[in-house]
Design a protein. Structure first.
Length: 247
């Protein structure tokens, strides 16, 4: 029998998929029936490590996570930030060895879904398989945007673009509104994600505040001038391929 906590977990997944795809009532019910084990993880805890061969996918229910790679001398490169509703290791269904690590940025609640159940679901429901495929393609589009930023944008433009991206992703699943959202990303995290020093990140954030673009306090981002921030980051949300935004 599916528990109430399992239903809540799968509702998060439905909300995420419906921000980028359309699901039928039958497909929603099939997702609600997925088995899952819920765990609470502490900040900085690895969910999957580089070289692991996972047997389950991790659905993020609460808190934030990130993909990363550790280089020589402990240098870290962050590839992506993840919010509730995301399955950051969805590729482990088909790429069996992790080529990077997945860890928690904050305390997080996750639902662990066996690969076997996920494969059965996608075999029985091609529409759900297509939604997952679309999700991985959007993921790839986000990587391309980050690559453009790292290669050709100023530090100011990179940070502005990331703030716009995270706000729209959160808004699309009902976790942000009125240009205000939770943003538990430290200056060090921003540097590790965008190829910037902590000093440079600090300087840019002060400049953004001085220009009246943002307020960032107590892990809450308020975008005071959305249109100006879009221009600063040369942000075009097309690559997120959002079909709708949550109410």
């Amino acid at each position: 029998m599916t528990s109430a906590s399992d239903i809540h977990a799968m509702t998060m997944l439905i909300r995420k998929l419906e921000s980028i795809a359309t699901l039928s009532d039958e497909e929603r019910q099939a997702i609600l029936s997925l088995p899952a084990k819920t765990r609470v993880l502490q900040p900085g805890q690895d969910i999957a490590r580089d070289g692991d061969t996972p047997s389950q996918c991790c659905l993020l229910l609460d808190g934030w996570a990130y993909r990363y790679k550790i280089l020589g001398e402990g240098r870290k490169q962050i590839f992506s930030f993840h919010i509730p509703g995301d399955i950051p290791d969805l590729q482990s269904l088909h790429i069996h060895t992790m080529d990077h690590s997945l860890g928690t940025l904050t305390q997080a609640m996750v639902a662990l879904i066996p690969h076997e159940a996920m494969r059965e679901l996608t075999t029985r429901y091609p529409g759900i398989a297509a939604a997952f495929w679309r999700d991985t393609l959007v993921d790839a589009a986000i990587f391309r945007e980050w690559m453009v930023g790292m290669g050709r944008k100023s530090a100011f433009g990179r940070i502005a673009h990331l703030f716009c991206e995270m706000y729209l992703k959160l808004e699309a699943v009902g976790l942000a509104g009125e240009h205000r959202c939770r943003l538990p990303i430290t200056q060090i995290d921003l540097g590790d994600a965008l190829g910037l020093s902590n000093v440079h990140v600090n300087r840019v954030l002060q400049e953004m505040r001085g220009k009246g673009l943002i307020t960032l306090r107590s892990n809450t981002l308020v975008i005071e001038a959305w249109d100006d921030l879009i221009r600063a980051g040369e942000f075009d949300p097309t690559y997120l391929h959002l079909q709708k935004r949550a109410a």
